[in-house]
Ligand binder design. Structure first.
Ligand code: ATR
Length: 268
C-alpha cells in the first residue's frame, strides 16, 4: 500500500515540499506520496490524530503550527529546547523533531562555512530564527540576534543564555562587523531587504532563509559586494532531507530534491 506523508500549515498554497519529496520517492523507487493540507490552528490536534489514524508515516508541520504541535508529540531534546517541531514520526507514540536547525547548519557546512568562534548576526526572532540561533550557539558561534521587535530578540537570547538580543537601531554597524549574516525573517519575498548593499563587504557570508525568489534582494546585494551567498533552497532541501531520513530510515538524494525545487521555482 502507498505510504503517505504530508505537511500541515496555514496557509499552505506555495509550499515546495511536495515537489521536493515526491522527486526523492521517484528517484528511490519508494511507493509513497507527499501531500499538503491547509489546517486551521484550532483543528491542528484533530488533523494530527486523523493522519495517525489513517496510517500516515509522519508529517511536516509548518507556519503557524510549529510551536502548537509540541503539545501533540514527544519532542526529542533538541526540539524541546528550541520549543518548536517541524517533523512528526508516527509509531507507538508521536515523536517530534526540529530539522530546521540541522537543515540550516547542513546548508552552512555544505558551503564550507564554519561558524565556531565567528560573529554571526541573525535577523529575526520567530520560529526559524529560534531554531537557527539555538544551533549556532551549540556550534560555538558568537551570536547576536536583531529583531524589529527588540523584546522578542531579548527574550530569545535570555532563553539561549549565550547570545545578545537587540533591535534594528544598530543594524548597519552590526551588519558591517559580522562574519556571517543570516536573514531569518520573511523579508525578501516581495523585493524588499532589511540591509543596504553598502553595509556588506567581501569576506562575509550572507545566508537568506527565504527561498522564493532564490536570489532575494539581500543575496543580490551580497553577491555585488563580493560576499559569499547561501540561499534558502539549500536550507529547505536539507531540513527536508533530515525529515525524510526520520520517516524512511534512508538518506534521500539531496541533489535530486534540490533540482526539483529549483525547477519548480523557475517555472513559477
Ligand atoms: P517564522 O516561524 O517563519 O520565523 P514568525 O514567527 O512569524 O515566522 O517570525 C517572523 C519574523 O520575521 C519575526 O522576527 C518578525 O519580526 P517581529 O518579531 O518584529 O514581528 C520578522 N518580520 C516579518 N516581517 C517583517 C518586516 N516587514 N520587517 C522586519 N521584520 C519582519
Amino acid at each position: 500500500m502507498k505510504q503517505i506523508v504530508a505537511v500541515l500549515g496555514h496557509p499552505i498554497g506555495h509550499t515546495m515540499s511536495p515537489v521536493m519529496h515526491n522527486a526523492a520517492f521517484e528517484a528511490l523507487g519508494i511507493d509513497a506520496e507527499y501531500l499538503a493540507f491547509d489546517v486551521l490552528p484550532e483543528r491542528l490536534g484533530e488533523a494530527i490524530e486523523g493522519a495517525r489514524a489513517l496510517g500516515f508515516v509522519g508529517l511536516n508541520i509548518t507556519i503557524p503550527h510549529k510551536v502548537a504541535a509540541l503539545q501533540y508529540c514527544e519532542p526529542d531534546p533538541l526540539a524541546a529546547s528550541i520549543g518548536a517541531v517541524n517533523t512528526l514520526v508516527f509509531g507507538d507514540e508521536v515523536k517530534g523533531y526540529n530539522t530546521d536547525a540541522t537543515g540550516a547548519m547542513e546548508a552552512l557546512r555544505r558551503a564550507k562555512v564554519r561558524v565556531g568562534g565567528k560573529e554571526v548576526l541573525v535577523m529575526g526572532a520567530g520560529g526559524a530564527a529560534r531554531a537557527i540561533a539555538h544551533a549556532l550557539v551549540h556550534e560555538g558561534a558568537r551570536v547576536v540576534v536583531a529583531n524589529r521587535t527588540k523584546q522578542r530578540a531579548v527574550e530569545l537570547c535570555e532563553a539561549l543564555g549565550r547570545a545578545t538580543g537587540t533591535g534594528f537601531d544598530e543594524l548597519p554597524a552590526l551588519v558591517q562587523s559580522c562574519d556571517v549574516l543570516i536573514n531569518a525573517t520573511s523579508v525578501g519575498m516581495r523585493g524588499e531587504s532589511l540591509v543596504r548593499g553598502e553595509w556588506l563587504h567581501e569576506g562575509q557570508v550572507v545566508f537568506d532563509i527565504v527561498y522564493n525568489p532564490p536570489e532575494t534582494p539581500l543575496l543580490k546585494a551580497a553577491r555585488s559586494a563580493g560576499a559569499k551567498t547561501i540561499d534558502g533552497v539549500a536550507m529547505l532541501v536539507h531540513q527536508g532531507a533530515k525529515a525524510f531520513e526520520l520517516w524512511f530510515g534512508v538518506e534521500p538524494p539531496v541533489d535530486v530534491m534540490e533540482r526539483a525545487v529549483r525547477r519548480a521555482l523557475a517555472e513559477g
